[in-house]
Design a protein around this ligand. Structure first.
Ligand SMILES: *Cc1c(COP(=O)(O)O)cnc(C)c1O
Length: 356
């Protein structure tokens, strides 16, 4: 059997889909072979079987527990990726006007979809600075149906260190930093996250939604795109992404057993400090994001002498580092340090940087 624990030496800095703990992968393999002692694979049982319904219930419970989600929120599992939420949010909630902050590629895509449904006020943007910072001065209009932000900008390596206080319902795309730090869920009316960065594998999106947000629904929303459908049917209106949910369940158990979100934050801070310290102290490298807004999940950096890019890539690859090529819109390198990445992997990358 081959898995990330027996392969050993690969240090997986992939931006997403991203590294999962060896225990998570091992438990997925077990479920593929014999799910919950049914003698069947998790791939070949009914999503309505009592064994699988138990998985969905426990997964929901783990998310509620890990993020300390109050009772007046629903948690649903959807297909279509976080990208589907860009249109679903607006389809369900944009009646007249919504406010967005543009902090990168994902925010821009969310804004583009929202414009199909009503007026969109982009109240702040860091686009002129190639998204190297999080805007701090703006006013959220009190008459907006909602206000949307992206908590962590996976591509540009910036992150909200503090969340704004919003006079209108606040909605957050947390795809790339959910479960990496404790959050006060009651400050948000909706949080969504594609699972493939910090929650599990690709194929399932978690939506956490305050019940009161859907009290005055819009008419004419297609059944599958209507949040209420999935809330009412407890994510079983149609066949949910069975295996991604199962794998996410395994990962959430791992997060919990490892000490929960507070421990994930402690680890993330240590990993980020180790890498940023090297970026700042090594004259051959420079960070691309403004220091105060740096992401603890995705660190973007460049070589001062970019003619050496290939040589550095080669050295990092030799040391077993995988997935550090920067996104084409930023260039340079990006090391993603999601929950399951060990500190030791960051140390390996830092050692390559020191020797280079
Ligand atoms: C990866 C990512 C997305 C897109 O997720 P998909 O599941 O591929 O649609 C959206 N937002 C953020 C912040 C991301 O990091």
């Amino acid at each position: 059997m081959s898995n990330s624990s027996t392969m050993g030496k690969i240090h997986n800095f992939s931006a997403g889909p991203s590294i999962l703990a060896p225990e998570t992968i091992d438990n997925c393999v077990k479920g593929l072979q014999n799910f919950a002692n049914t003698g069947l694979s998790v791939l070949e049982v009914s999503h309505r079987s009592k064994e699988f319904v138990a998985v969905v219930d426990e997964t929901r419970g783990l998310i509620k527990d890990l993020l300390n989600i109050p009772d007046n929120y629903d948690i649903i599992f959807l297909g279509g990726g976080a990208s589907m939420q860009f249109c679903m949010v607006a389809y369900n909630l944009l009646k007249e006007k919504a406010a967005y902050i543009n902090t990168g590629t994902w925010s821009k895509k969310a804004i583009k979809e929202a414009k199909l449904f009503g007026q969109v006020d982009v109240i702040a943007s860091s686009e002129e600075d190639n998204f190297n910072n999080i805007p701090k001065s703006y006013t959220i209009p009190g008459d907006a149906d909602y206000f949307h932000i992206t908590s962590n900008n996976t591509i540009f390596g910036t992150q909200f260190q503090e969340f704004p206080n919003s006079p209108v319902p606040m909605i957050c795309d947390m795809s790339s930093d959910i479960l990496s730090r404790p959050i006060e869920v009651s400050n948000f009316d909706m949080i969504y996250a594609g699972a493939q960065k910090n929650m599990g594998p690709a194929g399932v999106t978690v939506v956490i939604i305050k019940k009161s947000l859907l009290e005055n629904p819009k008419n004419g929303i297609p059944t599958m795109l209507n949040y209420q459908t999935h809330i009412d049917k407890e994510s079983m209106f149609n066949t949910p992404p069975v295996f991604p949910i199962y794998a996410m369940y395994q990962n959430l158990k791992w997060v919990k057993a490892s000490g929960g979100v507070a421990e994930m934050e402690r680890r993330a801070q240590n990993k980020a400090a180790l890498l940023y310290n090297e970026i700042d102290s090594n004259p051959k490298f420079e960070g691309t994001a403004k220091k105060e807004d740096r992401s603890h999940m995705n660190a973007c950096f460049k070589l001062v002498d970019e003619t050496k890019n290939e040589a550095f890539m080669e050295a990092a690859t030799q040391a077993g580092c995988s997935g550090i090529k920067g996104h084409r819109s930023v260039g340079g390198f990006r090391a993603s340090m999601y929950n399951a990445l060990p500190l030791e992997s960051v140390q390996v990358l830092v050692d390559v940087m020191k020797k280079f």
